[in-house]
Design a protein around this ligand. Sequence first.
Ligand SMILES: [Zn+2]
Length: 89
Amino acid sequence: MRREIVCLLCAEVLLRRVMETAYIGDNIKFVNGKSKRNSGCDRCSNFVLYGKRCTAVSMWSDTVGIPYGPWEEEYLFVIEEEVEELGEA
Ligand SMILES: [Zn+2]
């Protein structure tokens, strides 16, 4: 599983890109919330400050690597969750 904390802009870009390049069995989960710490976006130079909106992104495969396990609540106050199963025919 790959995991990233990203700003809202990067979350949108990431979703679009992953939709285009995914393999069968790939999954991506977006958890939207408010940051529990002062940090930065893992993809760009935007700050992700305490209390600000951000997205926790998990990417994993059904067939290889480490499966999904919850981790998001360590980093953000959860508002909503969304799972996309990608690579469908
Ligand atoms: Zn960003």
